[in-house]
Design a protein around this ligand. Structure first.
Ligand code: HEM
Length: 126
């Protein structure tokens, strides 16, 4: 059966919620989310838009995703855990070709963002 853009949107919606179901319970990254996010509906909608833009190339997320993280207190381990939960969520909920793209983007982003984040936090502490 041919998949439509709306099927992909639905899959992203389900994937984002699957990821957060695991992430909110996670001992390392769960407290960071729970301690920061007050409006979960708004956050999940932002994440739907972010992943639709990243995976489908639609212009829906128009902000800068990295800066909001700088006020948080995280290490590379948080980004590694984020990836360890994102990969199974993408595997479970996304059809190809989105699945492979989401997994490789997640690996790339957690690695690059983690390194940039740690370096910027060190500079901010000086
Ligand atoms: C590289 C992997 C990650 C990606 C792609 C990602 C993506 C995003 C995006 C798109 C936003 C919305 C920013 C906005 O408001 O426009 C966001 C917010 C947020 N992220 Fe991440 N994130 C990542 C890693 C993490 C990690 C490891 C944590 C730690 C638990 C985290 C915690 C948060 C929190 C708490 C917010 C809400 C910030 C706020 O609204 O004040 N993120 N993330």
């Amino acid at each position: 059966m041919t998949q439509t853009a709306s099927d992909f949107d639905t899959a992203i919606h389900t994937c984002v919620r699957g990821f957060y179901e695991a992430a909110r319970k996670d001992a390392l990254i769960g407290p960071v989310f729970e301690g920061t996010i007050r409006d979960w509906d708004a956050h999940l909608k932002t994440m739907d838009d972010f992943w639709a833009s990243a995976l489908l190339g639609v212009e829906r997320y128009k902000s800068a995703p990295f800066p909001p993280h700088l006020k948080l207190d995280m290490t590379q381990a948080h980004f590694d855990r984020w990836r360890d939960l994102w990969t199974p969520a993408a595997t479970a909920h996304l059809p190809e070709p989105l699945r492979s793209k989401a997994i490789s983007m997640g690996e790339h982003m957690s690695h690059c963002w983690g390194r940039a984040y740690v370096a910027m936090k060190e500079q901010m502490a000086v």
